[in-house]
Design a protein around this ligand. Structure first.
Ligand code: IVH
Length: 690
C-alpha cells in the first residue's frame, strides 16, 4: 500500500480508537494501540510530515544551541500514568480505580506496611507548562535549568530572572534546589496573542509552547512584561535547611517562603475512590481555572518513604499522574478555506467562531482532506464539535446540525494560491505547480526547520517575512541574507539578526541527507534521505543518476529493480523511484541544488558520524516502550550512527527488539517470531557505550 494512504488510514484509525477509548468503549488493547501509534510515527518520519500536521508532537524542553548545559544533581524524571483503557493480562479492561488501588497496594508492599496502615496520598494539579530546576544559595536564586533530557538541561537563569517567573529570594537561608513548573496563565497568554493578532503576526499555539519559546529566547529583554509565572512543588536537595516531612507541608512551606503554590487546590486522600473523585471533580472545573492543567499528580505524602520506594530510570515510585480526557467543545463553522502544503497538498481548514479549548482560543481546525470532509458532511454554518488531538492540533470531530439550506464545500478545481488546475492522487488533491507561492513558503518553513537544515531562529514568522518583504523564493536565497537586511524586519534586533546569520553558517555543513530531506520531495523522508545520501555520496552523483534514470538507462533501473532479490537502495520500490528521481531530475530541483552548492552548502554525505560498530552495523532494530534513560529518537540515532537500521515494525527480518517499560504488542510479536529482545543496557553494551 502507498505510504501516504497508509498514513491517512492510520490517522483515521488512531482517532477512532482514541474516541472509543474516551467513551470508555475501547475496541483494542493498549498494546495494539501503541503499535498503531508507533507505526504512525515511523511513517510520518519517513514521509516528512510537517510538525504542524503531526498528531504525535508534544513540545519538549530539549537542548537549544547557544544555551549552556547543566547537569542535574538529581535526575529530572517523568511520572507513571494511569491509563483509562488499560487491560489486564486476560484482556479484561481495568478501570482507573482498580489501577490506582493496585498501584497503592504495591507501594504498601514495597514499604512492608500492613493493609490496615494508612498511606495517605497528596493530590496536586498537574500544571501544563515546562519543568524547571531552581538552585537557591543562601536563599537567593542562582540558577534555573530546564529539564532537558532529564540528566542535563539548559541554563535559563537570565530568562527566568528577567521574566520574574520565580522568587529571586525565598524567605529562608540555606542552600537548596526547588523544582516546579513554569507556565503562562491564561489571561496573560491570551493578552499576548491578542497583541500578536493586532500586529498581524502569527499567534502562539498554546501556553506551554509559548512558555518554552519565551524561556528559550536568547535575549531576555522584554520578558518581564510577558507574565510567565511558576508553580513550585518539590525540594529534591537541600543543606542547612530543615524541611517539613510531608509533601502537603512542603507546599505550605514553599508558600510561606514566598513561592507561588496552590495549596488551596490540593487535598490528601486515603482511598482510591476518594482520590479519583477529587481528580474527576477537578477536571470538571478545569476550564474555570486561571491556568492550564492537563491532569493531577498523586504523591505519597510521607517524604521519608521516597528513598525506599525508589523507581525506574523513567519514573519514581512515589507518584503517579492522572490525565484528563481531552476537552471537546461545540462551535460554528464560519467558512471553509483550502490551505496549500509544502508538497502542494490541498487541505480543507474550517474557520470557526472563536471557542476556548484546552487553554487557547481556537479559530481554525483541520478537516484533514476532502474525502473526510465529504464523509463528515461538514458545511459552512454548521454547529460542529471540535477537539484537540494530543491537546495540540484542533480538529473538527463531527457536524451536529446543518443550517437550513446549507450546502457542502466543493472540492477545489484550482489551487487557491496560484490558480493552477489541481491534480488528484488517491484521496488527496494537489497543486502541481512547484513555483506556487503558498507552496514555496511552506517548503521554506520546512527547509529551515529543526529536523531539516536546522536554521536556529528561522521559524515560521521569520520565513514569512523573508518571503514577503525580502523577496526570498528559493532555499539558496536564504543563505544570501545579510544581517543588515534581516535587522530591518519586525521583532528582529541587530543581535537576533546576527544570530540568524551565524545559524545560516552552521546550517551549511549539515550534509547531503539533511539537504535532501529539507527539499520536501514527495517520498523523501528522513530515512530515505539517509539511504540516498549514503548510497550516492554526493549531490552530483545523485543528480547524474536521476537524469540517467528518467532517460530510461537500463543500468540505473536495474539498481532499483534488479532481476532478482531486492534493490540496492533499501526500501526503494520502482514506483517510488520513478517519482523521486523524476523530481530530482526536474529543472526546478536541479536549480535549487545548484543554488545551494553555489551558496556554500555542502552536498556531501556525512560519513564521519557513522562509525560502524560490529554487531550493530547491518542489523535491523525495532525500539518499543519507554526506555529508562534514552528517548527512542536518540537511541535510534545511536543505532544508525553505528551502521544499524531502525524500523517501525517487527518482522522476521528484525534482528533485535529493544524493549522498555510498557512495551506493547511489538514485544509480543518479537516473542512470537523468536526475535531476540534486549533492554537499553544491552543495547548500550552492544554500542560499546556502557
Ligand atoms: S512531580 C518525577 N508535580 O509533570 C517527576 N510534576 O509528567 C515528578 N508537573 O516533569 C514531578 N505539575 O513537569 C509534579 N504538581 C506537579 C506537577 C508536575 C506538573 C509536570 C512536571 C513533570 C511532568 C511529569
Amino acid at each position: 500500500m502507498d505510504a501516504r494512504r497508509e498514513l491517512e488510514i492510520l490517522v483515521d484509525q488512531i482517532r477512532h480508537h482514541e474516541r472509543a477509548y474516551r467513551a470508555a468503549k475501547p475496541e483494542i488493547t493498549d498494546g495494539a494501540f501503541d503499535e498503531m501509534f508507533d507505526r504512525y510515527v515511523a511513517l510520518a518520519d519517513e514521509l516528512g510530515v510537517p510538525e504542524s500536521e503531526r498528531i504525535d508532537r508534544a513540545p519538549g524542553a530539549d537542548h537549544t544551541d547557544g544555551f549552556v548545559q547543566v547537569e542535574h544533581r538529581v535526575p529530572m524524571l517523568s511520572l507513571e500514568k494511569l491509563t483509562p483503557n488499560r487491560r489486564d493480562s486476560k484482556g479484561a479492561s481495568m478501570p482507573l480505580g482498580e489501577q490506582l488501588s493496585q498501584w497503592w497496594e504495591r507501594r504498601r508492599e514495597d514499604l512492608e506496611l500492613s493493609a490496615s496502615t494508612a498511606l495517605p496520598v497528596y493530590i496536586e494539579p498537574k500544571i501544563d507548562g515546562i519543568s524547571v530546576s531552581l538552585l537557591y544559595e543562601r536563599g537567593s536564586l542562582v540558577r534555573a535549568v530546564t529539564r532537558g533530557d532529564g540528566k542535563r538541561g539548559d541554563d535559563i537563569t537570565k530568562q527566568v530572572e528577567r521574566a520574574r517567573a520565580v522568587p529571586a529570594r525565598l524567605g529562608t537561608t540555606g542552600n537548596f534546589e526547588v523544582r516546579g513548573e513554569l507556565y503562562w496563565p491564561r489571561a496573560a497568554f491570551e493578552a499576548w496573542n491578542e497583541t500578536l493578532r493586532a500586529h498581524g503576526e502569527e499567534e502562539i499555539a498554546n501556553p506551554r509552547n509559548g512558555t518554552a519559546g519565551m524561556m528559550k529566547r536568547k535575549d531576555p529583554e522584554g520578558l518581564e512584561s510577558v507574565g510567565i509565572t511558576s508553580f513550585l512543588y518539590q525540594v529534591p536537595w537541600h543543606e542547612g535547611v530543615s524541611l517539613p516531612r510531608r509533601q502537603s507541608e512542603i507546599l505550605r512551606w514553599l508558600s510561606e517562603q514566598g513561592a507561588s503554590v496552590y495549596v488551596e487546590q490540593t487535598t490528601v486522600a486515603e482511598s482510591a475512590e476518594a482520590a479519583l473523585a477529587f481528580c474527576e471533580g477537578f477536571g470538571s472545573k478545569r476550564g474555570t481555572l486561571p491556568y492550564e492543567i492537563d491532569g493531577m499528580v498523586l504523591k505519597i505524602d510521607e517524604l521519608k518513604h521516597y528513598e525506599k520506594l525508589g523507581g525506574t530510570g523513567h519514573h519514581p515510585h512515589w507518584g503517579i499522574a492522572y490525565k484528563f480526557p481531552p476537552e471537546r467543545k461545540t462551535t460554528r463553522v464560519v467558512s471553509i478555506e483550502v490551505s496549500v502544503g509544502k508538497s502542494g497538498k490541498l487541505t480543507p481548514v474550517a474557520n470557526l467562531e472563536p471557542v476556548q479549548l484546552a487553554g487557547t482560543t481556537v479559530v481554525r481546525a483541520s478537516l484533514h482532506n476532502f474525502v473526510e470532509l465529504e464523509r463528515k458532511d461538514v458545511r459552512i454554518g454548521d454547529r460542529v464539535e471540535v477537539e484537540k488531538a494530543g491537546d495540540i492540533i484542533p480538529q473538527v470531530i463531527q457536524s451536529i446540525s446543518h443550517e437550513e439550506g446549507s450546502v457542502g464545500f466543493a472540492r477545489p478545481t484550482h489551487c487557491p494560491a496560484c490558480q493552477t488546475p489541481v491534480v488528484a492522487e488517491e484521496i488527496f488533491v494537489y497543486c502541481p505547480n512547484p513555483a506556487c507561492l503558498a507552496q514555496r513558503r511552506e517548503r521554506l518553513i520546512h527547509f529551515a526547520s529543526r529536523r531539516a537544515m536546522e536554521i536556529d531562529g528561522m521559524g515560521e514568522s521569520l520565513v514569512s517575512q523573508v518571503v514577503d518583504k525580502l523577496g526570498v523564493e528559493s532555499p539558496h536565497q536564504i543563505f544570501e541574507l545579510t544581517s543588515e537586511r534581516l535587522a530591518g524586519l519586525e521583532r528582529m534586533g541587530k543581535k537576533s539578526a546576527d544570530n540568524v546569520v551565524k545559524a545560516l553558517g552552521a546550517a551549511k555543513s549539515r550534509g547531503l541527507a539533511r539537504v535532501l530531506y529539507s527539499l520536501a520531495i514527495r517520498h523523501v523522508g528522513e530515512t530515505m534521505s539517509e539511504d540516498l545520501a549514503s548510497y550516492f555520496g554526493t549531490g552530483e552523483k545523485l543528480l547524474a543518476f536521476a537524469e540517467r534514470y528518467v532517460a530510461g538507462d537500463e543500468a540505473t533501473i536495474a539498481v532499483v529493480a534488479p532481476e532478482s532479490g531486492s534493490g540496492a537502495i533499501e526500501g526503494l520500490a520502482r514506483k517510488t523511484a520513478d517519482s523521486i528521481f523524476g523530481e530530482l531530475a526536474s529543472p526546478a530541483v536541479r536549480r535549487v541544488l545548484e543554488g545551494l552548492a553555489g551558496a556554500g552548502v555542502s552536498l556531501e554525505a556525512k560519513t564521519a558520524a557513522r562509525v560502524e560498530v560490529a554487531g550493530v552495523a547491518g542489523k535491523s532494530f525495532v525500539l518499543t516502550g519507554t526506555l529508562p534513560t534514552l528517548k527512542r529518537d536518540a537511541a535510534g540515532d545511536m543505532i544508525k550512527a553505528a551502521g544499524g537500521k531502525v524500523s517501525g515494525s517487527v518482522s522476521k527480518k528484525t534482528d533485535y527488539v529493544v524493549a522498555g517499560e510498557e512495551a506493547g504488542s511489538k514485544l509480543e510479536k518479537a516473542n512470537e517470531l523468536g526475535v531476540p529482545v534486549i533492554d537499553e543496557a544491552a543495547l548500550l553494551a552492544m554500542l560499546g557505550r556502557s
